[in-house]
Design a protein around this ligand. Structure first.
Ligand code: NAD
Length: 418
């Protein structure tokens, strides 16, 4: 395994091994869980605006549906690989099990550069992709959602393609769609809200003072910006944030709303008044109480793990810490809130959207937020309790719960034909 940038599937299987060992997992169930139940690779010919035809590669990977229909995002990115999508599908399985929602894990991806494509090209690509995976998806089979460089418009096109083939409108076929089509109002904020609920619980358990706790956030996209804003509203001292171009730092604190306004005009957080510019590498190593990696995978590696000074690392991004770095953070007694717990507010809001679509109900904002808080706090407490009982870190505890629940379901379902 290349430890600085490990293959995501190797890293995910390594995590499964740790959980399997702690659980004393049956070897055959361990073997089943190492592999996705189904992977479909598709070729997507699209007529581009200049009249030429380009063929894009895509896939949909379904890991486990032992606890319910498959659920997972679709990402558009030039570097999408089958291993990465498989790893993310596996992580989704554990995430849904940890937060205790009746879903299994899936993920999809298309190898393309959406920044270089016109809206028409993206629509044709999306409808072609939806058509090619049509037999695999559906409200009781597999429910796609947005992920990197896909959004509510992408989901509207998938829903429309699916509904057209069915002959009637099926809003429950996707989540993360526009509100007018049955989307969920707080979806944009839900992941960040979940991150903040977890931080609040961690601060309580570690007997830290929220009002005096300083925060550094890497990434100022949907999750990073909302997390920074809510933490600032709750009285935490947000000292630094960053985007792809770099970071800004002010030990006296910055106002994320003002940074957001600045970024809208300037195109980056850089240049925000009263702040010092830092690189993304320097940002991760700033002295602070709480570090929130909310950008990309593999940001905390064996190269910089020793320099992390935070007391708490709240993994808002998926897989921001490599296995080796994770071990180093644990040795330094840094309290890591693992991704499969910390960012599970996102899939929980997808679950809320799906339930409302299936029942044709609409919940109030207050009702939904209260449900989210209850579920996140319970999941955090479950993981924390297991970490104390087994004298282990939070990631291993979360994996013990997630893998354990899925394994129990597989055992009850049985292997057919045996
Ligand atoms: P986004 O595209 O809205 O934002 C990503 C941000 O990270 C942008 O500000 C970008 O400039 C910045 N960035 C990218 N590469 C960077 C780098 N190397 N260093 C510093 N900043 C960098 O994405 P998002 O929806 O906010 O997702 C962020 C992470 O959270 C991803 O790992 C995603 O898989 C995960 N996640 C998101 C959700 C959700 O609901 N959006 C749910 C669960 C997990």
């Amino acid at each position: 395994m290349n430890e600085v940038r490990p293959n995501p599937l190797d890293a995910t299987r390594h995590q499964l091994e740790i959980a399997a060992e702690s659980l004393g997992l049956d070897a055959s169930i361990h073997e089943v869980l190492k592999h996705p139940k189904r992977s479909l690779i598709v070729s997507l010919p699209v007529k581009m605006d200049d009249g030429t035809v380009e063929v894009f590669n895509g896939c949909r990977v379904q890991h486990s549906d032992a606890l319910g229909p498959f659920k997972g995002g679709v990402r558009y990115h030039p570097n999408v690989t089958l291993d990465e999508i498989t790893a993310l599908a596996i992580l989704m399985t554990w995430k849904c099990a940890v937060i205790d929602i009746p879903y299994g894990g899936a993920k999809g991806g298309v190898c393309c550069d959406p920044k270089e494509m016109s809206p028409r090209e993206l629509e044709h690509l999306t409808r072609r992709y939806a058509t090619m995976i049509l037999d695999l998806i559906g409200p009781y089979r597999d429910v796609p959602a947005p992920d990197l460089y896909t959004d509510e418009q992408t989901m509207a096109w998938i829903m429309d393609t699916y509904s057209t083939f069915k002959g009637y409108s099926v809003p429950e076929s996707v989540t993360g769609k526009p509100i007018i089509l049955g989307g969920f109002k707080q979806r944009e904020e839900a992941t960040a809200m979940g991150v903040v609920f977890c931080i609040r619980e961690a601060v309580k358990h570690l007997k830290m003072n929220a009002k005096k706790s300083s925060v550094v956030v890497q990434g100022f996209g949907s999750v990073g910006w909302n997390a920074a804003r809510i933490l600032h509203e709750e009285g935490y001292l947000v000292m630094a944030v960053s985007d792809t171009k770099g970071g800004i730092y002010n030990p006296k604190g910055i106002n994320p709303v003002q940074v957001f306004e600045h970024k809208k005009k300037a195109g980056s957080v850089l240049g925000f008044k009263g702040s010092k510019q830092v690189t993304n590498e320097e940002l991760l190593e700033l002295p602070c109480d709480i570090l929130v990696p909310a950008a990309f995978e593999n940001q905390i590696t064996r190269v910089n793990a020793d320099n992390i000074k935070a007391r708490v690392v709240a993994e808002a991004a998926n897989a921001p810490t490599t296995p080796k770095a994770d071990k180093m953070l644990n040795e330094k007694k840094i309290f890591v809130i693992p991704d499969i717990l910390d960012n599970s507010g996102g899939v929980t809001s997808s679950y809320f959207e799906w339930v409302q679509n299936l029942t044709r109900e609409r919940w109030s904002e207050r009702e939904a937020n209260q449900k989210l808080e209850r579920m996140m706090v319970k999941a955090f407490d479950d993981v924390y309790r297991i970490s104390k009982q087994r004298e282990t870190d939070m990631r291993t505890a979360a994996l013990i719960i997630g893998v354990g629940r899925v394994a129990e379901a597989i055992e009850k379902l049985g292997l057919w034909p045996s």
